[in-house]
Design a protein. Structure first.
Length: 202
């Protein structure tokens, strides 16, 4: 799921409580099906599924967390740039949870071929868990830990595991390999959303 990327360097903030003037505006959920990125490049972030190699997946997952600590330490990290875009903090919370959910779903596929994934309402989670009110430093540490754990999970995938399957509640089907591609796009695209390079420099 992706919110509109903010390309303007101008950020309008902040109330006297340190919250963005858009903090209480409900963001319209992104209902688009992003599974097409498994087969086609994403023009918005530059992700190209043809560049994903099995041997590189775990490292790319781990490295997707590089720079988030600095992004979350920005003075304006809590501020939404406009009424349709999450703040850096909200994106960071989302990515932390993406790592965790993706790792759990990978575990299901490795444990049972044809595993069914429980539905995850990402927008409801953002509201229920008050993403915009969480502590940025804590989120940075949690995001780093979840990224490391998700990367470690992909390092356990054996040669015979890549074709194992899982099914999302909306009917989208994945293999362990296509699931990695889908996840990597999410992780790298959201880096661009907060002004980071899609892939950190070596």
């Amino acid at each position: 799921m992706h919110r509109r990327t903010c390309t303007s360097p101008e950020h309008e903030f902040v109330s006297r409580q340190g919250r963005s003037r858009f903090a209480d505006v409900a963001i319209t959920p992104d209902t688009k099906d992003w599974t097409w990125v498994i087969e086609r490049p994403c023009a918005a972030c530059g992700f190209d599924p043809s560049t994903v190699r099995r041997d590189d997946i775990a490292d790319r997952i781990a490295r997707s967390a590089v720079g988030w600590d600095a992004a979350l330490a920005r003075p304006e990290a809590r501020d939404r740039p406009d009424e349709a875009t999450w703040s850096v903090l909200e994106y960071g919370c989302h990515l932390r949870d993406v790592h965790r959910i993706m790792r759990e779903r990978l575990g299901l596929m490795l444990a049972q071929d044809g595993a069914a994934f429980a539905n995850w309402d990402q927008d409801a989670t953002a509201v229920e868990d008050a993403y915009g009110e969480q502590d940025p430093a804590t989120v940075a540490a949690e995001l780093a830990a979840e990224a490391a754990a998700f990367a470690a999970a992909y390092r356990t995938v054996g040669d015979d595991d890549w074709a194992r399957t899982g099914l999302r509640s909306n009917g989208s089907a994945f293999t362990v390999e296509s699931f990695a591609i889908y996840a990597l796009h999410d992780l790298e695209h959201h880096r661009v959303d907060v002004g980071l390079a899609a892939r950190p420099a070596d």
